[in-house]
Ligand binder design. Sequence first.
Ligand code: UD1
Ligand code: CA
Length: 459
Amino acid sequence: MESRLEILILAAGKGTRMRSDLPKVLHKLAGKSLLGHVVDTAHELGAAQVCVVYGFGGEAVLQSMADDRLTFVLQAEQHGTGHAVKQALPQLADGSVTLVLYGDVPLTHTATLQPLVTAAQAGKLGLLTVNLAHPDGYGRIVRENGKVTRIVEHKDATPAERTIHEVNTGILAVATRQLKRWIAELKNDNVQGEYYLTDIIALAVRDGVDVETHQPSYEWEVLGVNSKAQLAQLERIHQNEIAQALLDAGVTLMDPARLDVRGTLTCGRDVAIDVNCVFEGRVKLGDGVQVGANCVLRNVTVAAGTRIDAFTLIDDAEIGEANRLGPFSRIRPGTTLARDVHVGNFVEIKNSQIDDGSKINHLSYVGDTTMGKRVNIGAGTITCNYDGANKHRTVIEDDVFVGSDTQLVAPVTVGRGATLGAGTTLTKDAPAGELTLARAKQLTLSGWTRPVKKVRGEG
Ligand code: UD1
Ligand code: CA
């Protein structure tokens, strides 16, 4: 019996109802293309080869899936699912079993597919079916004395056959050698003039191969995406699944229906997430992390005990322990915040390393900066890191106090323990331990009076 598993993903369909220039299988669900979900499932099942049949929007499909474990086969014209499989047959090894999946059916659990593979490895044909309340449009599973004898497509079915509620999901597994033999026998003498993959069921029965059916745990595991409405529906189902898994793992979600994870979110113990947060890419939240409402975190690690207040956006950054960020902070790529750092409202930090205990609490821009420990940055401070052509670094050593409304024109260094007076435009290095300020002298003109508005008609 064959045990090597090869997986064939049919993805050549046009997806007209998406009303989009993007090939259907490249539309995203939870931040990953539909095809990407299916390819990941294939890898999880341990496929020795994953072969994708593509057609419409071919180049875009090839380019988007930069995965050297994939084999691509072009189906230039679409003449049915049997025709699609036929294009890939030369790629499939005789001594294997083939599992057929669909590039637009993204949410099938591996636990649902494994029994089909096991059936095929035991010399049977494994077929995934589902009972639908409204089976219109689907191929119907025809049984005699309980045994599957064939599949009839909706358009070819008799009124009696159309009353059958058990339908074909399209997903099946069988020995590759047999698949090759049956595909070669397919004819297109049906209402649609297509080569139906489903016709191999009757051929299997003819050849004495057992057809073993399995059903998914949830109906949505076999739902395909044909429209934006169906895409949105599956997105919600998938997000709900992710939210339930987080709840099961002990994460507090203020509302599981208002959370979006587009990637992987890993949480420690006692993490709490308020409503409307979006997590993209790889996000890791340590023990006790609290995330306020309406935050967006993309490729971020947050260490234990840190609190992120509402409306904070963090992108490609490493956030240390016991920090306080937000509300309304923006942390941009290349930033590392050490321990007990405070970043407040309307503060933007880019490509900077901020050491333990430093505070940037209000209305500041810190870019390309190395900041030491216990630094206090006053409101309205700006690092002028860009001269219009090049970016330069600012170095602020330990225990510096920067007064409000200060501009640091990089490259510039502020020595340990220095103080910068409010309103300073710093263009040269500030020595350690001293007060440095650049400020026009304040003067008072006593007796000065304000101009008075002239009244029309007067002198
Ligand atoms: C097919 C099944 C039907 C089943 C239904 C489940 C056949 C003949 N019918 O219906 O029994 O109930 O799926 O959704 O198999 N594709 C290609 N090339 C083609 C045609 C299709 O790659 O030439 C791909 C599509 O991109 C899609 C999948 O195959 O991912 C299914 O095609 P679709 O037209 O949606 O399914 P039906 O043929 O209507
Ligand atoms: Ca069709």
